[in-house]
Design a protein. Sequence first.
Lengths: 276, 323
Amino acid sequence: MHVATFRQQLAKEPAIAAEGSGVQKTALAVKLQAENLNFYYGKFQALHGISLSIVTYKITAFIGPSGCGKSTFLRTMNRMNETVRNTRVEGKLLLDGQDLREMDVTFVRRRVGMVFQKSNPFPKTIFDNVAYGLRVNGVRSRPVIEAAVERSLRRAALWDEVKDKLRKPASALSGGQQQRLCIARALAVEPEVLLLDEPCSALDPIATLKIEELLFQIKDITTIVIVTHNMQQAARLADYTGFFLMGKLIEFDDTRKIFQNPSKKETEDYVTGRFG
Amino acid sequence: MATSFPVEPRVIVRSPRTFIERLRGGDQIALLTTLVCAVTIIVVVALIVVELWMNSQPAIKAFGWHFLTSSTWDPNAEKFGALPFIYGTCLTSALALLIAIPLGIAAAIFLAEMAPPQLSNLLTFLIELLAAVPSVIYGLLGIFVLVPLIRDCLVPVLVKFFGYLPIFQGDFYGVSFLSASLVLSVMVAPFIISVSREVLLAVPVEQREAALAVGATKWEATWQIVLPNASTGIIGSVFLALARALGETMAVTMVIGNTPKITASLFSPGYSIAAVIANEFAEASGRLYVSSLIFLGLVLFGLTIVINAVARILVLTTTQRSA
Ligand SMILES: Nc1ncnc2c1ncn2[C@@H]1O[C@H](COP(=O)(O)OP(=O)(O)O)[C@@H](O)[C@H]1O
Ligand SMILES: [Mg+2]
């Protein structure tokens, strides 16, 4: 069933892009919404009553000290945490107003893509890495796949560097290129939301800058949620920023407000570097 | 700036260590011991080859290459040919792997990916026990359990549906290529299962998550991503299994029938290199007879090396092409 939906989506892709640059952007449509979300690893509660809304075609950043639950929250949004044994979610998670947990899980993950902290290309060619998501979602037509691979690589600002070596193994790329390849792989299935978990933490400043630039570029076609331990990065990139501390969402607001005039003492301590 | 360092007496940086000091430091000792161990292994292998070569000289002089292509094995007439044994060894090993590889990989996927951890650990423990069972026990199991089972359940089905194939023709008396292959497959499967499970578990969780994150099902992630990631290790386990199948002596002797024959039918009895050496060595009379058996040993040694080398080259070329 989700194959058919996906084909429709591919067909009407220009319409979506048009929507993105117009009405929806100003209307601040809510893409993802969490209501009173609790998360447990066994008996350990990692998230405490998280409530927030992620706005369509905006970049939302999560900051906070390590171990505060940023990754956990990100991974509940595409239900990746279900693959960890002995975990439990409470509360509501809505994607376009629909309960995420009642949808087919592969459909959720197709719509909510993910890029990981460590770049993790498959031991396949560059082309096959990007094409994987399409193939697994039932796209068989060679021209469609080729077009989608090129489009995704362009969006990930990698096309010019790899267009002559699409048949080379992905492992031949540099660290920054591999991470952009992973972004291209995630973009190939046209996700409505892209989750990124500290995507630049292993990269040098130049590679980091490239990724930040491309995230700005793809903001028009997908809603972005990024976890970062780099506060300058959040300040540069994000429209909205959330500050996590010990499993709680302390503050969630306009990025400028969070960094210049936070309303909570904990947030201020953290963003000014007085934390701990 | 760099020139204005005050010159101080050296306290920490001493003159180079003497040999004895370095010896005490461990590097030299470690090098020496590991080197000796490595060389010992090479010397043992070389000694085996030399011994086999020397002792098979009478047979080599008498038969030459013809030994490998002749299928007569007649101790009374002092005519010796290795072909039926080579055939039996290769056939039973190949068939055993044909059965054990899919079985073993499927079981490994179940243990690594599907089974709850406690069940997986328990089953793995039992399977690893299987690998430690002496082969004579497998032979007994073959004679008393497997052979009747094959005769009553498997053979009628094979004859009914595939009886037109030359490999399933003739009468089945129990001891046969088929029985030996099945016993061998049961013996080597534990190697494939336990090693493959380990390498599947060692595949980074990020690989699986990357596949799931674009909408792959759990099975698609396992089959398309995790398994290829583990392929080198799984192939290694197959080599291990192959080595054991080629050299297995006791269990094969007990169920193969010990008849030097080359036939297409898997139902007919046969012989293997290891089995004939074990069976006839003690009673072998005459220099040529003994020497022929030793020559067979040399052939088995060579066969193992050649098959392993060919398999390794195959793997190397295929992985290079796909990578
Ligand atoms: N697989 C897991 N099993 C048990 N506890 C976990 C697991 N993953 C994370 N945790 C715990 O959950 C808390 C939040 O972790 P995480 O979301 O990874 O933090 P962050 O990404 O903000 O550094 C930490 O205390 C961590 O120890
Ligand atoms: Mg994290």
